[in-house]
Design a protein around this ligand. Structure first.
Ligand code: TNX
Length: 510
């Protein structure tokens, strides 16, 4: 029985001991290998951050993290040297690190992070951050000392796609709030931010060729609040901010269902030519674009074209879930017509896994949100080459309540405790499909019942850390009894950051 934090723990019986925040065995997600040893490195008032020529961004980001709490100047320099915090690119090390891996070596004179690509440096910096005391996360000067224990970590991710989704449609979240959520995610080595930009209750991004989508369709939200929408400049700002935190934005326009806000904004999109009233409830599955109407495809083309042009990442998510108001034949016809539009504008299609019941195009990626991983269509598509991103509602839906006492969130997929959320294996999840079909994992945060940043943080933390670990860490490191101790060591960091996380009873928080 793990959980021995108390003084009465007797060796042999109670084997689990607390891990110290900042120690090599406290890093989340667990690295491929972590070997403490040798002399420690101390960040001081004289420390310099050394970056490769022309690669200041990650160094500047690290300095921005460390300056407020240390109070040190921490200049960032492209000048070489053997001391300080050294970020180094090794252009010959593709095989060792891949695009996202890194090595971190801490010793008496320096901490050196080496990677093949800048993404690896960014993830190495996140590990360095976790090797420092939690007070480093404070935004005011703290006494230190700022010591990194000696040792070596080598690391690279298990899956290429490691995502978080935020539903800004059911409740709108401002640019500042989304940036804060991005900053919250950054330590956990996720690399995709999926923004659910449209739904029955709101349209959240300005489309120049269809201005009423945002101007009218963006003016409310669940519960009848003011809603809101992003200008194209604001969306671009979010995309750039996410990129600076390692996240590629995956924009979603949900179609052909979940389109109430669009149908309310333009009468001409409705089969009967009449615009329904704006909707502020939380029912799903009662709206559909008009499949036989040619104007529908002008709309899709314009929206996809504008969003693709604003989005540097390779993906565009077209939704496709819960199209209960669309017949299966219409649904398939719509998807047959829309997937090539996305391709024409240069993007890879993502869609919720219902697309596997139609005809997923070559290269389309299905996002699984069911419960059991046994749906025949999904398994068949996976065997036929469709890649799948796993977001099982019973594990990774961050809007599911933790237990019966949770005051916000839903529980249609059951209660999802921190242990339940973490303790499964993505590789074996899709029954009868090869592991190679799994592109990765994503943790969606739906917001029918979540209104504030504090609500988002309470539902995401701590479960998002487990989702990130499932995406990043080798299967061999997967162990709930060890994870819960590492997770507990994250608590003081979140406290310093002002993240009001859920103190799950199965985790021995300090
Ligand atoms: C199902 S998951 C939905 C969303 C809801 C969510 C609430 C999916 C693709 N559709 O429309 O917001 O459940 O948990």
């Amino acid at each position: 029985v793990a959980g021995a934090l108390g003084a009465c723990a007797s060796p042999g019986e109670e084997t689990a001991a607390a891990v110290t925040p900042g120690a090599y065995d406290a890093v989340v997600p667990a690295p491929v290998s972590a070997e403490p040893g040798g002399a420690a490195y101390a960040i001081t008032a004289d420390t310099v951050i050394r970056v490769p020529a022309g690669e200041r961004a990650t160094g500047d980001y690290l300095a921005g993290l460390l300056r407020p709490s240390t109070g040190y100047p921490l200049p960032v320099t492209e000048g070489g040297g053997t001391d300080g915090i050294r970020l180094a690119l090794d252009g010959a090390a593709a095989g060792t690190f891949g695009d996202e891996g890194y090595r971190l070596e801490a010793g008496a004179g320096a901490v050196t992070i080496t990677a093949y690509r800048p993404a690896g440096l960014f993830y190495g910096v996140q590990t360095l951050r976790q090797l420092l005391p939690p007070a480093v996360e404070a935004r005011t000067v703290r006494p230190g000392p700022w010591t990194v224990a000696g040792g070596t970590i080598t690391d690279r991710p298990r899956y290429a796609y490691r995502g978080a989704m935020l539903d800004v449609a059911r409740h709108f979240f401002t640019v500042a709030e989304v940036k804060r959520y991005i900053d919250d995610l950054a330590p956990y080595k996720l690399n995709r931010l999926h923004l659910h930009l449209s739904d029955d209750q709101g349209w959240r991004i300005a489309i120049g060729s269809w201005p009423r989508l945002a101007e009218y369709g963006g003016t409310t939200e669940v519960g009848g609040g003011d809603g809101g929408s992003y200008t194209q400049a604001q969306y671009t700002e979010l995309v750039a901010y996410a990129a600076s935190r390692g996240l590629t934005v995956v924009p979603e326009i949900d179609m052909p269902g979940h389109t109430g806000a669009a149908l309310s904004s333009y009468a001409e999109l409705n089969c009967d030519g009449r615009a329904p009233r704006l909707y502020t409830g939380i029912r799903v599955g009662f709206t559909s674009l008009c499949i036989p109407l040619e104007r529908t495809y002008d709309f899709v083309d314009d929206v996809v074209r504008e969003i693709a042009a604003l989005t540097p990442g390779p993906y565009l998510h077209i939704g496709g879930d819960e199209a209960d108001a669309t017949s299966p034949a219409d649904y398939a016809a719509f998807m047959d017509r829309v997937q090539p539009v996305v391709a024409r504008y240069g993007k890879t299609v993502l869609a919720w896994h219902q697309i596997t019941g139609a005809h997923p195009a070559s290269g389309t990626i299905a996002q699984y949100w069911g419960r059991t991983g046994t749906e025949a269509d999904v398994v068949a598509a996976a065997n036929a080459g469709t890649k799948v991103i796993l977001s099982p509602a019973t594990r990774l839906y961050l809007d599911m309540q933790y237990d019966r006492r949770t005051k916000i969130g839903l529980h249609w997929a059951g209660y999802v405790s921190v242990e339940t959320s973490y303790d499964w294996d993505p590789a074996g999840f899709l029954q009868g499909a090869p592991e190679s079909a799994v592109a990765g994992v994503e943790a969606p945060l739906w917001t029918e019942t979540l209104e504030t940043l504090a609500d988002l943080e309470y539902m995401a933390f701590p479960r998002i850390a487990g989702a990130a670990e499932l995406g990043w860490s080798p299967a061999e490191t997967h162990d709930w009894d060890a994870y819960r101790l590492r997770l507990a060591a994250q608590g003081p960091r979140w406290t310093e950051q002002g993240i009001g996380y859920y103190r799950a009873p199965e985790v021995p928080w300090e």
